[in-house]
Design a protein around this ligand. Structure first.
Ligand SMILES: Nc1ncnc2c1ncn2[C@@H]1O[C@H](COP(=O)(O)OP(=O)(O)OP(=O)(O)O)[C@@H](O)[C@H]1O
Ligand SMILES: [Mg+2]
Length: 442
């Protein structure tokens, strides 16, 4: 297959790079340790030992979703009953438990008609729907209705009760000698979007599973503030989960992410081209895919045979930057309201990875408290996150740099320096002093 590919020029080959959301890369590099953690859970279960559930946390575009999907695939192949669901920002879409229920039912194995698992199937299928609604005061209520009367509980029940049922399914798997399934694993993406009651119910279920030795695990993925949200929901959450940072790839891994997909089609990267793209992408998987794709496209349109040159990489980077600005950054920026943009511009002007809410407030000449709703909205929409009280950061790598080029940042800079000029006061020697950075240093 490689020999055939050698004869082709790149124009006829398929561009193997896939910048996108949750698109499996041709080479999933650098994540073996985390995949190994999942295999450890699986192995321990096989010999009757318990382990912790897992949380994958990281910025936008680092590869949480593709890793979660890979782990889901491994668990299914190993014979676990799984559900894979995703948190959503809008209240109407908050039907995570309903999705869990539907997936668990779909994935329950056929077993003996009177075994424990069949009983659970009956119970699960008798639930017609799980409905969650969020009131204007942001309290969540959950309802569940059942299609049958008889022994089954009648709704409404709360998220904790629902998780109790999910846990019972895992217990039934353990007790049912007629099934080869190992247990239940829930895979939850964008988990930071779940309501506090849901996080609390899920955490409690994991706790109970550990205590009662039930093969039930949750593998969650979310933004870096997910551990804080879990701890707010249940104080012992920090001891209940194994937390893994899904971070940038190191240089060797970044090179592999570029080289391996090309190698499969007998295309090589020149050393200079690799160095340029690795440097530009700073280890972020999404950027590697974007620049890789563009460099390949340039080489391909030049009808180059089997090699991506330094010149291709240079042009590819220019095209990649334009793509990132128009897509990754601008799509978020334009979805934000004017007030939200101003808030983010103040964060960008601070210039460091983390800003304090006080510094942003003073740049905007407001109180941190009065900006609370804007900040909350930005967090809810996943543009920024807060792992520590009073500290905020962008969820998107490089967002600050992008914002610095926008008119909003220019306006704010002018406002701040105009204000600084207005505040010029003669010092003791009668010389005016201006601290232009007084509002945007943290
Ligand atoms: N380990 C990896 N090696 C190479 N490319 C990767 C890797 N992980 C992810 N990618 C690529 O990076 C991009 C982003 O991946 P993914 O959507 O999983 O990120 P994410 O962390 O879930 O982002 P978000 O927070 O926006 O949902 C995709 O194009 C994917 O193909
Ligand atoms: Mg994702």
């Amino acid at each position: 297959m490689l020999a055939n590919a050698i004869l082709k020029d790149m124009e006829k080959q398929v561009n193997p790079y896939v910048p996108g959301a949750g698109l499996r890369p041709a080479a999933l590099v650098g994540r073996d340790p985390v995949i190994g953690d999942l295999r450890t859970i699986i192995d321990r279960t096989t010999i009757g030992l318990m382990d912790r559930s897992m949380i994958l946390k990281g910025l936008r575009g680092v590869g949480k979703t593709v890793l979660l999907n890979e782990m889901w695939r491994i668990a299914r192949e190993d014979g676990w009953i799984t559900a894979r669901v995703e948190g959503a920002a809008s209240a109407e879409d908050r039907l995570v438990l309903d999705q869990v229920r539907a997936e668990l039912i779909a994935n329950l194995p056929e077993t003996k008609s009177k075994g424990p698992l069949q009983k659970m199937r009956k119970l699960m299928t008798s639930i017609e729907s799980v409905s969650l609604s969020v009131s204007p005061s942001h309290t969540l209520s959950a309802g569940m209705s059942f299609s049958q009367t008889g022994d089954e509980p009648k709704g409404p029940i709360d998220p904790a009760e629902f998780m109790g049922i999910a846990l019972s399914v895992a217990r039934a798997v353990k007790d049912d000698s007629s099934t080869t399934a190992h247990g239940v694993m829930l895979f939850i993406d964008e988990m930071q979007l779940l309501a506090k009651q849901e996080l609390s119910a899920i955490t409690y279920a994991c706790h109970k599973a550990g205590q009662d030795e039930i093969p039930f695990y949750v593998i969650g993925a979310g933004l870096p503030d997910l551990p804080t949200r879990l701890a707010e929901a249940r104080s012992y959450a920090e001891r209940l989960f194994t937390y893994r940072d899904i971070d940038r790839l190191d240089d060797a891994e970044a090179r592999d992410a570029l080289i391996i997909p090309a190698y499969k089609q007998a295309v090589t990267w020149s050393e200079g081209a690799l160095a340029l793209v690795v440097n530009e992408a700073r280890g972020y998987p999404y950027f590697l895919q974007q620049y890789g794709k563009e460099a390949w496209a340039v080489a391909s349109s030049a009808k180059r045979v089997n090699v991506i040159s330094e010149a291709d990489a240079k042009d590819g980077i220019t095209r990649g930057r334009a793509e990132l600005e128009a897509g990754f950054y601008a799509s978020r920026w334009h979805r934000a309201t004017a007030a939200e943009r101003k808030y983010m511009a103040a964060m960008a002007l601070a210039g460091s990875e983390f800003s304090t809410t006080d510094a942003v407030a003073s740049a905007l000449k407001r109180t941190a408290q009065s900006l609370g709703p804007t900040r909350a909205k930005l967090i809810e929409r996943g543009f920024i996150y807060s792992s520590y009280r009073g500290q905020i950061a962008f969820t998107v790598p490089g967002m600050g740099g992008f914002i610095m080029q926008t008119p909003e940042a220019d306006d704010l800079k002018r406002e701040i320096s105009g204000d600084a000029v207005a505040r010029q006061i003669p010092d003791e020697e009668g010389v005016a002093t201006v601290d232009e950075h007084m509002y945007y240093t943290t």
